[in-house]
Ligand binder design. Structure first.
Ligand SMILES: O=C(O)C(=O)C[C@H](O)[C@H](O)CO
Ligand SMILES: [Mg+2]
Length: 403
């Protein structure tokens, strides 16, 4: 089955998405997500100018060979642009292979390992009271696992606090908007938040929190220790992981489980973290980590070290990524949890899909392929809109810090 054409579709139904569509001489087509929030057009160029010309005429069934050809063939390896582009090709090819086999994608991976995929939703509020109300609302909706983020007294804007709806979108400016930051204010506030949330929600709901890279390892150790009485499911991105060894210091100070990896692109970004058992959950997902072919490799390595998966699932990952991740989650033996931030109605209309949510679990559906499509006519009505992620500055002197 030869690849005859491949096209990049850019649209902005509520937010920007980049989608690759691959066509074959047998009439089967597949799609993959290539969205890189705030840097979308770099992947569009990488695909159009450097990847698509290499695909035409290749056998669509040779997924592994095409992956190696794009990864090794570039000579310049790794990085989010390269790996998102490879992921889009890989996802589209798995979609095609599953359609050719007339099977839902998870069947090609090895079949079903669980009845449903436990997901966590995002509850957030301007203060503790508001966040507690939101957590209870998520519990009411059936969620078994809930991430809680709240405004911090004395700080104007912080990561994770939305504008009062279900679709948190941080890329909110045609230039980066500016947030302010104080580690001390945050570290005083976060334990009070989880004390209140745990008391309100009871012992049975899993609670999660995203530190979003803003602490040093020793500060993260202090926070993890302070949160131990509220038995979190995980504390995420406690410190940046460019230096994987940094997590050793956090580990030495706390038993709060650690999750990291939404910005990782290859197994090399988490090799030390996993083999030294410095983390409990690996957050890499399909689009930014080289597609299903590479994510599977990361997951197998993680399984050998009792690290479980917890795929990133923010709104900047398109429904194509979400649908494919749900097939992966349905199969992967060392599954932990899946993040689920709902897309807007406009996004869902442009990307019709077979996945669904019920009682805290998601189901990938039994549609053949990965079960997500794109309505190209509708997509054309939503042209690209430049949108950047924010930056963070220390409140007292304006120093630029991690957001
Ligand atoms: O969903 C999460 O855990 C995030 O941290 C979301 C990220 O800020 C978002 O994907 C950035 O584009
Ligand atoms: Mg995160």
């Amino acid at each position: 089955m030869k690849i005859t054409n491949a096209r990049v579709i850019v649209c902005s139904p509520g937010r920007n998405f980049v989608t690759l569509k691959i066509e074959t001489d047998e009439g089967l087509t597949g799609i993959g997500d290539a969205t890189l929030n705030g840097r979308e057009l770099s992947v569009v160029s990488y695909l159009n100018d450097h990847v698509i010309p290499c695909l035409i005429g290749r056998d669509a069934h040779q997924i592994e060979d095409i992956w190696q050809y794009l990864y090794k063939g570039a000579y310049w390896r790794r990085g989010p642009v390269t790996m998102s582009a490879i992921a889009a090709v890989d996802t589209a090819l798995w979609d095609i292979k599953a359609k050719a086999a007339n099977l839902p994608l998870y069947q090609l991976l090895g079949g079903r390992s669980r009845s449903g995929v436990m997901v966590y939703g995002h509850a957030n509020g301007s203060d503790i009271e508001h966040t507690v109300d939101e957590v209870l609302r998520y519990k009411e909706m059936g969620y078994k696992a809930i991430r809680a983020q709240s405004g911090v007294p004395g700080l104007e804007k912080v990561y994770g606090v939305g504008r009062g709806n279900m679709f948190y979108e941080p890329a909110d400016g045609t230039l980066p908007s500016e947030h302010d930051w104080s580690t001390e204010k945050y570290l005083l506030h976060a334990p009070k938040l989880f004390d209140a949330v745990r008391q309100a929600v009871g012992p049975d709901i899993h609670l999660l929190h995203d530190v979003h890279h803003r602490l040093t390892p020793i500060e993260a150790g202090r926070l993890g220790k302070a949160l131990e009485p509220f038995h979190l499911f995980w504390m995420e991105d406690a410190t940046p992981a460019e230096n994987q060894e940094a997590f050793r210091l956090i580990r030495q100070h706390t038993t709060t489980p650690l999750a990291v990896g939404e910005i990782f692109n290859t197994i090399w970004d988490c090799k030390d973290l996993i083999q030294n058992q410095l983390i409990d959950y690996i957050r890499a997902t399909i689009v930014h980590a080289g597609g299903l072919t590479h994510l599977r490799r990361i997951a197998d390595f993680a399984a050998m070290h009792q690290v479980r998966t917890g795929c990133h699932g923010a709104t900047d990952l398109s429904p194509v990524c979400m649908g494919t991740a749900l097939h992966f989650d349905t199969w992967v033996p060392n599954f932990g949890i899946q993040e689920y931030m709902r897309h807007t109605e406009q996004t869902d209309e442009v990307f019709p899909h077979s996945y669904s949510f019920k009682d805290g679990y998601m189901h990938c559906g039994e549609t053949i392929g990965h079960g997500v499509d794109i309505d190209e006519k509708l997509a054309a009505k939503y042209p690209y809109q430049r949108a950047y992620l924010p930056v963070n500055r220390l409140q007292h002197d304006g120093t630029l810090v991690n957001w």
